[in-house]
Design a protein around this ligand. Structure first.
Ligand code: MSP
Length: 497
């Protein structure tokens, strides 16, 4: 099975913050999760570089838009690299191949009669790059998300017959042919569809920083249409190429995005595909927000944390882990330094880090570093290895808790003092049980903690490359091995700060 995994493409009006990073890390972790299980994966992310919002940001920075977007796109790539996020493709909408693809796609919709010339009147938010519907307008014609005044616009525009696809999309969403998850978001889309769809503008007349419409160069392509088509142009033989030269196989198996851009992805995107008889994505997974004191983290609200700040304080793997764990998948999560510190301490320093440390020092002390051979107790080893992606975090937390209770319950330090053979074989059993579970943790945590996982496996002279996923639940890879002790995986914060 091929997995094509996407994130939204991020606006380059400013540098990335940890809200963007969360989505990208979730997608990266899923990509790694599938790769570890031998599946073929294409993980795509990128940057959304056209439109008024970007042009205004470039102007404010006193820079020519082309240079400005190149710089910011690079800042995104650098941030992902620093977080050990490894996409297979990074798409930029100013890539000439993407631009050509968008023109050709729209030309074909125009030729097939899906586009007509009209007039658009409505309230526009530049922050969202969106015409708001009646129910989306805040007090005194403000944007409820950006808390800024909306602009009332009336302009000639080319319109896409979105209304034409209402029943079809309703059917596809209802039947989960296009699965929208969590279910609350599916219901939100269905009720939006029931309100009735209006045709949408696919062009803007006054906007110069965009892709010209091939049949009328007075217009540029509305930035959202340009942006949504990235998922398709990345897969087109003539579309952008990526360093590896490979292409994703359309359609996406899962697309991650946050709730603010649900309608674009659940309605306009499928309609564009249906208009060309193309297959729809299998699943849209809608994430919540990282919030600060209940407010969405965003540059315009001035409450952002940069990914680099987390890396400096906690290290790269820990930063990944905490962004993954900051909110349950699909829900909001409120963040603060206090919460990050607490999460680091509980899950990483005292959790996985201390468990590994306890194990290796006991093994040194009681068995000269050699893992004994024995039957083991099952504290969830096979469930851990087989855990679905969505329960990875819970499963690993549970296993770590169980390992620590198990140590406390069996008191290896007492067993070690005893001369009774049954106590010594019980000690063997405890140590092997720990070794086998820690080995499996090394594998299971690899999507979230790639470096720490490699170090855990290196204890046993193993590496991710030669872990055999298929046999991991049954075989005993650690028995009779001499371990090579490692330094603290997650030093306590006092020593980090
Ligand atoms: N450019 C559009 C998307 C086009 S996709 C065809 C856009 N860009 S964005 O830069 O505003 O970021 C969108 C995505 O970033 C959100 O959908 C979400 O995945 C992520 N996040 C941005 N801020 C976030 C939080 N505060 N919290 C969690 N995710 C956030 O919209």
């Amino acid at each position: 099975m091929k997995h094509y995994i996407t994130t939204p493409i991020y606006y380059v009006n400013d540098k990335p913050h940890i809200g963007h990073a969360t989505t990208t890390i979730i997608a990266d972790a899923l990509a790694r999760y599938h790769r570890l299980r031998g599946a073929s994966v294409f993980f795509l992310t990128g940057t959304d570089e056209h439109g008024v919002k970007i042009a205004e940001a470039a102007k404010k920075a006193g820079e020519e838009p082309g240079l400005f977007v190149a710089k910011t796109a690079e800042a995104f790539q650098k941030a992902w690299d620093e977080l050990d996020i490894r996409p297979d493709g990074f798409i930029r909408t100013t890539d000439p191949k993407h631009e050509a693809f968008v023109q050709q796609f729209l030309q074909s919709l125009y030729a097939a009669g899906h586009i007509y010339k009209g007039k658009y009147r409505g309230w526009y938010c530049v922050g969202c790059e969106e015409f708001k519907t009646e129910t989306q307008i805040g007090p005194e014609h403000s944007c409820p998300l950006h808390l800024t005044p909306l602009q009332e616009l009336e302009e000639d525009a080319y319109m896409f017959r979105l209304s034409h696809f209402q029943d079809q999309i309703m059917e596809l969403v209802t039947s989960d042919t296009l699965a929208i998850r969590p279910l609350s978001r599916k219901n939100e889309v269905l009720s939006f569809l029931r309100e009735g769809l209006r045709d949408v503008a696919i062009s803007r007349r006054q906007v110069r920083w965009g892709i010209p419409l091939p049949w009328d160069s007075d217009h540029t392509v509305y930035v959202w249409i340009d942006a949504l088509l990235n998922y398709l142009s990345a897969a087109d033989p003539e579309g952008p190429t990526f360093p590896s030269q490979c292409k994703p196989e359309f359609p996406p198996s899962i697309q991650y995005l946050a709730k603010d851009i649900l309608r674009f992805h659940a309605v306009i995107w499928p309609a564009l595909l249906l208009a060309r008889d193309l297959p729809l994505p299998k699943e849209l997974f809608i994430l919540g927000y990282l919030t600060v004191e209940g407010q969405k983290m965003s540059k315009s609200l001035g409450n952002v944390i940069a990914p680099q700040e987390l890396i400096v304080r906690y290290g790269r793997d820990a930063a990944r882990y905490m962004l993954f764990a900051a909110a349950p998948l699909g829900a909001d999560g409120d963040v603060s330094w206090e919460r990050f510190d607490a999460l680091y301490t509980t899950d990483l320093a005292n959790g996985i880090g201390n468990t590994v440390h306890r194990f290796q020092s006991m093994l040194q002390r009681y068995r000269n570093g050699k893992v004994p051979q024995s039957e083991i107790d099952d504290l969830g080893k096979s469930q851990l290895v087989a855990a679905p992606f969505a329960s990875l975090l819970d499963e690993t937390r549970q296993v770590i808790d169980r390992l620590n209770s198990y140590i406390d319950e069996h008191q290896p330090w007492q067993l070690a003092k005893s001369d009774r053979p049954e106590d010594q074989s019980q000690l063997d059993r405890v140590l092997v049980t720990l070794a086998e579970h820690i080995y499996c943790l090394g594998f299971a945590l690899a999507p979230l903690l790639p470096s720490a996982s490699a170090r855990i496996l290196s204890l046993f002279g193993a590496s991710l490359a030669h872990v055999q996923y298929g046999t991991l639940g049954q075989e005993a890879p650690t028995q009779a091995r001499v371990i090579e002790p490692i330094d603290a995986l997650f030093p306590r914060l006092e020593t980090v700060a």
